[in-house]
Design a protein around this ligand. Structure first.
Ligand code: UDP
Ligand code: MG
Length: 318
């Protein structure tokens, strides 16, 4: 039997947390009673520097029931960093770790499926949502388009899989070897390799609180996904440069022919348009390259990805 840790990053989730805690404890109790996981299994909340009562709630859960534990980050570091912090904290105690969001949008009963796959020897099991009916049309459209874009960029990613997955201790330890500070976990986990499989489930709507991923954060994560896993955008710029050069050669020939035919060219328009078009393209190209240089800048600094303020696992009472 293996020890399971369920890791949940939480940012300002005071409305959702009591509901989530109740559902998860019932699930974990059942898994323990059925002898599927050891009684040392835990639900681990990671407080990502919440400004509301999230941490107070986590501490209260921990005091009232030993199955709850928690880690508090020193400040808000974002979902991906908080999740990694949780995985790293959990791997010291767990044999298998399931990560999920605090909003219960991911069906917790899929964990049974995860454990079945684990019993078949999988080191990583990806939760894949079968339907997106509960997401808004806009979110669905952007999210599905995004997975397609990532694929086109050569990023190996599981379609419609977010951060709901099971990883073995071995897989998490392998993930810990990835030193990068620009995190896009769902793109990095497949790089770990090992035997893996998927379990599909239906995604529900958020029951309380609101999405902590406003459009701005969503776009930031989207850019992160592409630029930290693929250099195709830079190659595309090179291709674009070559194409534009060829077009300019064709234009040169065309204008030469017109000139020889004795027709005057309306010079102003062509000049102004080409100056602006090329200027715009150059700025875009510099911007894309700058994005990568920014990444290199951050990577060379090697700043810590998260700082743990309190770890309830170190609590002598527990
Ligand atoms: N989250 C976090 N730090 C942040 C933003 C979000 O830990 O800075 C957590 C949040 O509490 C939730 C998960 O990340 O558990 C996913 O967020 P959310 O459900 O709001 O995203 P959505 O499902 O709308 O994409
Ligand atoms: Mg959500």
């Amino acid at each position: 039997m293996e020890t399971l840790y369920i890791v949940i990053p939480c940012y300002n989730e005071e409305e959702m947390l009591p509901i989530t805690a109740r559902a998860l404890i019932a699930k974990l109790d059942m898994l323990i009673a059925d002898g599927r996981v050891t009684p040392e299994s835990r639900v681990m909340f990671v407080d990502d520097g919440s400004k509301d009562k999230t941490w107070n709630l986590i501490e209260r859960f921990h005091r009232s029931c030993e199955l709850f534990t928690g880690v508090k980050l020193s400040r808000n570091r974002g979902h991906q960093n908080a999740l990694l912090a949780g995985l790293m904290a959990a791997k010291d105690h767990a044999d298998i770790i399931v990560s999920m969001d605090a909003d219960l949008q991911d069906d917790i009963n899929a964990i049974d499926g995860f454990l079945d796959k684990r019993a078949e020897g999988c080191e990583i099991v990806y939760g894949v949502r079968s339907a997106r009916e509960t997401d808004t049309g806009f979110k669905r459209f952007t999210a599905e388009g995004y997975y397609k874009l990532l694929e086109a960029m050569g990023v190996e990613i599981t379609y419609n899989h977010a951060d709901y997955r099971l990883m073995s201790k071995r897989a998490v330890e392998a993930l810990a070897e990835f030193d990068e500070v620009n995190l896009f976990l769902r793109g990095m986990v497949p790089m770990v390799g090992f035997k893996s499989d998927i379990v599909t489930y239906e995604r529900a709507a958020r029951q309380a609180g609101e999405s902590k991923y406003p459009l701005k954060k969503m776009l930031a994560l989207a850019v992160e996904g592409i630029t930290s896993l693929s250099v195709k955008p830079i190659r595309l710029i090179t291709t674009l440069g070559i194409v534009i050069f060829i077009v300019s050669l064709l234009m040169l020939v065309y204008f030469l022919i017109i000139h020889l035919a004795g027709k005057t060219v309306a010079g102003w328009t062509t000049t102004v348009v080409s100056v602006w078009a090329l200027g715009g393209l150059q700025l875009l190209a510099i911007g894309v390259i700058g994005e990568y240089i920014g990444k290199i800048y951050l990577e060379t600094k090697k700043r810590p990805k998260f700082i743990i303020e309190t770890n309830l696992e170190d609590d002598p009472q527990s």
